[in-house]
Design a binder for this molecule. Structure first.
Ligand code: SF4
Length: 245
């Protein structure tokens, strides 16, 4: 299902959103060492923010998009269409758009890859990946977030050392929005079990040596036993694109 995002709704203040986070944590019984059920977190977000919340999806395993389509159908799912994705990732996005009851919205950078080459020199992802991610991921997401009070992601603590402390509900100080990570506590086995049970759409690259999938230009295959995220921006020292920080 496809939809447009239009208009700029009036959003609650940062103080109010911070208060909503505190109330949500209390309502869902979240505390150190105790996480809420992912479905309850999604239901809370849908009830609290209505159409003013959205998911971001990398179109890797689509578990969160599937869960949300069940608990809160019609939710906006934002896809960062950087212009550098693998064809398999774009096909996964298209399948989600067709099969799941969510609104898939492509967020497109201001410049095409060719225009970016013209402005910043050829292949900015090779010379300055931080700037490339800023232009092609962070800026379009920041612009889209002007329409939302909250955003959800499929981020899991088990995915990377940088994510071990990820809370299920928090206040994103930089964007001044509520950040929701319903799957924060899920292990790889939890994901695997959900995928099997619900026949979730999977990016085929996952079974071809790519356990973490980003832009094709910045993702390489990972050997068995290697850190799953070591294939992202390999050799540059970069480990996150910035949108989850
Ligand atoms: S992952 Fe690579 S190509 Fe994609 S936006 Fe970041 S630097 Fe650019």
């Amino acid at each position: 299902m496809t939809a447009q995002i239009s208009g700029r709704p009036v959003l609650r203040s940062a103080d109010e959103l911070q208060r909503i986070v505190d109330e949500g944590i209390a309502e869902l019984g979240i505390s150190e060492g105790h996480d809420a059920d992912a479905r309850d977190v999604i239901a809370w977000a849908a009830r609290t923010f209505g159409s003013k919340w959205a998911l971001t999806a990398s179109m890797q395993d689509t578990v969160l998009a599937h869960l949300v389509s069940q608990v809160a159908p019609g939710t906006d799912v934002l896809f960062l269409e950087t212009g550098y994705h693998f064809p398999e990732t774009l096909a996964t996005r298209d399948a989600v758009r067709e099969r799941y009851d969510v609104n898939v919205v492509d967020l497109v950078p201001e410049q095409t890859p060719a225009q970016q080459d013209e402005t910043y020199g050829k292949d900015l992802f090779g010379t300055n990946p931080d700037l490339c991610c800023l232009l092609r991921k962070e800026a379009p997401l920041d612009e889209a977030m002007e329409r939302y009070e909250a955003w959800g992601s499929g981020m899991r603590r088990a995915e990377a050392v940088t994510r071990t402390g990820a809370p299920q509900i928090s206040f994103d100080l930089r964007r001044r929005r509520v950040k929701v990570a319903p799957l924060a506590a899920w292990s790889d086995a939890d994901v695997e079990a959900y995928v099997k049970e619900h026949d979730v759409i999977m990016n085929p690259l996952l079974s071809q040596g790519y356990p973490s999938i980003g832009c094709a230009t910045c993702t390489r295959k990972v050997a068995p036993g290697e850190d799953p995220r070591s294939g992202r921006w390999a050799g540059t020292g970069k480990i996150e694109c910035g949108i989850n920080l």
